[in-house]
Design a protein around this ligand. Structure first.
Ligand code: ATP
Length: 641
């Protein structure tokens, strides 16, 4: 399981939600975490004496290693080999050099990366020898999340394991552990509740994963569900041509000195790319620094240029093949005979099962336009480059709605579904607003039948990527199936007494992608009583475990008995756990790391007065509540009513 050590600082100002949030630094995370403050004007928040800095640095070797990678400075790693007295001046000298190089007229500048949105007042660092450094910031908190941290947390706490782990894993497939399956089920259940059960105009179905191949022929998937693929002949790696970016490198005088390339989610690693560009200019005998890089997708690269583009795998030109189409559908054989005629496909999306059941639902349910059919289910795509943990896998789940409408209503309904989806992400799933963005697909990039498509994006640690799409697909799918099957897929217009094939709006969301976004958004680190804590701030509505019941001591029968009774009552309503081992603080931390929003402690006072302590995960505040009122209070906090 090797994930890129993507680094992520947060939060990102709402005004900049379209900027990819990657490539920041972990230099001395203690410098960053929780020590950067709010204010339009940079406010000095934390003054580090040399010794404090040294301590921060000493306890964060990890950060220096990561910084090392970013800067490509082999000497920084050896900081830890030098006597500690040298650490402060060396580190301050380095900081000074780094920050002064980025200084803006006001003396403040983005910290490490334009995406970190943390400013540094370099005036306090005029001399590398000063023993004080002042860090100022624009936002309340600054935390760092790496995909490696997240992947290891997921494994450690039983959220996600690599599939076939015993055998070294299987690329593009993932298994969900005890906490993971609960979180996933919560996401799906809440989506179903909000999109189907609480609406009068949407009904649900559950269609087969394998259907007639004729479905995929009619829908166009057989001929066209492909991604453009390029191979690197040297490394034998495959890439999606629309996810490889390249740029010409021009020297100061405009002379072309070669090309640089990278995968889409590496483009924010500007430093590494600039370094390569600098090298190319030098090797080509070019003049001055290189001009800004201007990236394009490899799919748009003229074929005659392909030989000059370096492979993202090796950095060497001349090894990439021209892009060619690769169909993403997994095939299998149905029945005892393996022959072309028995070939069938695992569905690459749940949507077609909805279209093919349109008539069944119309005939058997009391629905009339506008109405939607929803489905949650597995989809399979033989992705060329499954990457970034569960973001892009070969087996995943989708939650899709086909909302059937009259043609004239498409713009209004498209916007309404975008708003509905946005609200679901914010209010139900608790995604942090500053991490969610919007991307409107350009008209010339839309499928020929589509009117519009807008993605809601999320700032993952590896960059801003599509989380869900809301597409206005015209009447293409139903028309195709009507033509191919010879069946009428029309509705009556009561007003005009005519029949027509409805148009459709399709909100389509990946469960696994949302799962990852929920984890990224919830992941937090803070300090409680001087002790570092990792906490998953899931919204109570989707938290995998809602309540953790804690008997104060395990060797008192009365306390244990009372706690067990309470636990039995609570688990009838929600997924709850009971933890009896270890000090209470340690048990709180375990709950925090699993994202449990409420801990309920039964103690000696409970035996006397029938009250328990309810501790809030986020604020860590505790309050006494009578057992009689507990369920009502928790219901309000968890279910919102
Ligand atoms: P991408 O451009 O990222 O490949 P897409 O535009 O092909 O995605 P759609 O066909 O619109 O995706 O699928 C709808 C949703 O299904 C996506 O928004 C995403 O949430 C999810 N999804 C698609 N492909 C994958 C995958 N390989 N792994 C996990 N989720 C996926």
């Amino acid at each position: 399981m090797s994930e890129p050590a993507a680094l992520w600082a947060r939060p990102i100002p709402a005004s900049q939600t379209h900027t990819p949030a990657t490539a920041t630094s972990r230099l001395a995370p203690a410098f960053l975490q929780g020590r950067v403050g709010v204010g339009a004007e940079p406010i000095p928040l934390q003054t580090f004496a040399g010794s404090e800095f040294m301590e921060a640095a000493r306890t964060n070797t990890d950060g220096f290693d990561a910084q090392d990678q970013i800067e490509g400075n082999p000497n920084m790693g050896s900081l830890w080999g030098v006597p500690s007295l040298l650490v402060v001046p060396m580190a301050l000298a380095w900081l000074y050099k780094r920050w002064a190089a980025m200084r803006q007229p006001q003396g403040a500048q983005h910290f490490f990366s334009p995406d970190a949105h943390c400013t540094v007042d370099v005036s306090a660092l005029e001399s590398p020898a000063v023993s004080m450094a002042t860090v100022t910031g624009e936002r309340t908190q600054q935390y760092v999340l790496s995909m490696d941290d997240l992947v290891s947390l997921c494994k450690r706490r039983g959220f996600v394991y690599q599939a076939s782990d015993l055998y070294g894993g299987f690329a593009g497939f993932w298994d969900y552990g005890p906490l993971g399956v609960e979180l996933k089920n919560q996401i799906k259940a809440k989506w179903w509740k909000k999109m189907v059960q609480l609406r009068d105009d949407v009904v649900g179905i559950d269609s087969a994963i394998i259907g007639s191949p004729k479905v995929w022929e009619a829908s166009g998937h057989l001929a066209g569900f492909s991604d453009p693929m390029v191979d690197c002949k040297e490394s034998n790696q495959r890439f999606r041509a629309d996810q490889v970016l390249y740029s010409a490198v021009l020297d100061a005088e405009g002379k072309q000195c070669g090309y640089v390339s990278c995968q889409q989610d590496e483009v924010s690693n500007e430093k590494a790319l600039a370094k390569k560009a600098k090298k190319l200019v030098k090797e080509a005998g070019g003049k001055g620094p290189h001009q800004p890089l201007n990236f394009k997708e490899l799919i748009d690269c003229p074929v005659e240029l392909i030989d000059q583009i370096p492979s993202p795998a090796t950095g060497n030109p001349g090894t990439l093949t021209p892009p060619r189409d690769f169909n993403l559908m997994f095939s299998t054989n149905v029945g005892p005979v393996v022959a072309d005629s028995s070939t069938a496909f695992l569905r690459p999306e749940t949507a077609q099962g909805i279209f093919t059941n349109f008539k069944n639902v119309m005939d058997t349910s009391r629905v009339s336009l506008p109405f939607g059919i929803a489905q949650i289910g597995k989809a399979f795509r033989n992705e060329i480059t499954p990457r970034n943990f569960i973001f892009r896998s070969r087996e995943f789940e989708q939650m899709e709605i086909e909302y059937f409408i009259k043609e004239d209503d498409w713009e209004r309904c498209h916007q309404e579904w975008l708003d509905t989806m946005h609200k679901f992400l914010m209010e139900t799933c608790g995604l942090r607003p500053e991490l969610v963005g919007t991307e409107v697909h350009a008209q010339d990039k839309l499928a020929h039948y589509a009117r519009a498509c807008t993605d809601l994006t999320f700032h993952f640690p590896f960059g801003e990527q599509e989380l869900l799409g809301v597409a206005a697909r015209g009447c293409y799918d139903l028309t195709q199936h009507a033509n191919a099957s010879g069946r009428k897929l029309e509705v009556n217009d009561q007003q005009t007494k005519t029949k027509f094939i409805p148009h459709v709006i399709e909100p389509s969301l990946g469960v696994d992608r949302l799962f990852l976004a929920v984890l990224c958004s919830a992941y937090d680190e803070d300090e409680i009583g001087g002790e570092k804590r990792t906490v998953l701030r899931f919204s109570p509505e989707i938290a995998p475990v809602k309540v953790l019941v804690l008997p104060l001591v395990k060797n008192n029968e009365d306390i244990m008995g009372r706690a067990k009774d309470l636990f039995e009552r609570l688990r009838m309503r929600w997924n709850c756990t009971m933890d009896i081992t270890g000090a209470i603080g340690r048990r709180y931390r375990r709950g925090d790391e699993a994202g449990v929003p409420f801990c309920v402690t039964v103690d000696f006072d409970s035996l006397e007065d029938g009250t328990v302590t309810v501790r809030d995960r986020d604020s860590t505040e505790q309050k006494r509540v009578s057992e009689d009122e507990l369920i009502a209070e928790l219901t309000k906090a968890i279910d919102g009513y």
